[in-house]
Ligand binder design. Sequence first.
Ligand code: SF4
Length: 386
Amino acid sequence: MSCSLEVKEKLKPVQKTNLMGMPIAKVENFFAEFGEERFRASQTLQWIHQKGILDFESMTNFSKSLRRKLTSIAEVRPPDIVNCEESTDGTRKWLIQLNGGNCVEAVFIPERGRGTLCVSSQIGCALDCSFCATGKQGFNRDLSASEIIGQVWLASKSLGKFDQIASKCITNIVMMGMGEPLMNFDNVVDAMNLMLDDHGYGLSKRRVTLSTAGVIPAIEKLGNVSDVSLAISLHAPNDELRNKLVPINRKYPLSGLVSSAKRYLDKMPDNRRKITIEYTLMDKVNDRSHHARELADLLKELPCKINLIPFNPFHGAQYKRVTDFAMYRFRDILQQHGYTVTIRTTRGDDIAAACGQLAGQVNDKTRRQERYKQKLGEEQPVKMLM
Ligand code: SF4
């Protein structure tokens, strides 16, 4: 009996360390553990994230014995793309498979002179903002750092970056896909470090943006370890309305959120940085003139720019898109108060890749998806606020 146990032990597959999502400090430690020089870490990152190489045998500046050693104990494994759709406006959306039948989505938005990749951080989202398709999918789990940076790697490969044939390239990354990034803090920070690392994707801190619904303690923590650009998904100018649209507001109300955003900026060495305020405009919900004036007042102490996003409807959504008249009126009021205001052009609408429409495939652990589907079958849409 002990003999067969021994055989089983020997046959057990070795759990290999996946280097895909490791920032440089962790790869350095990994090499140090088996007596290898630390500079191997930067070489490894370049092979993976700049040349797109997953196979240690192809890492030709490593000795044969090091390549053999790495093959036996480590791997570089991104997730798989199961579907790719391209919009008539050039936006691309990838459906990315993870274990357990779950999928997340990543979206690339090409514009003149830039290309923005929107990356997911969780399978579903626990926060359940009422205007967001992801929230309706429920929640399964956090993505690992490998699964987060794996989206960047897959998009880079798909766009031809590693083969030097990219006609469009990723100049900006926004953590604005599925999930609340600050609820998956450590993995998101590891992945963002790879986005910023010169041996990784080499993006500047201004071109990597984390968007949060307002997890105040995590904003404080982020300011201690990172200086990426911060966007706040605000969507309402007062607590009463925001409690309905962004339920986490009940725990972290607006006044505290605005102060924590200010403190985040105070920690930045560069005093010209601004917070981006995202405000999704929904018809007769949060798009009235008095909402614009209230918003102007709320943000008066915060260095910020405001990005207005016309609501993108999805199946079963209880809100409607803002009218052009209300949207421009809202913008004009904010501009009269001295704010820089942009209106986000809707992109990828025809492939459900627009802001707030990402849904993926979530094996929901919260039963929220089931309740939402039941509700769609049984109830009339919720009455709009005036
Ligand atoms: S808007 Fe963001 S935080 Fe809110 S449910 Fe959607 S993914 Fe989650």
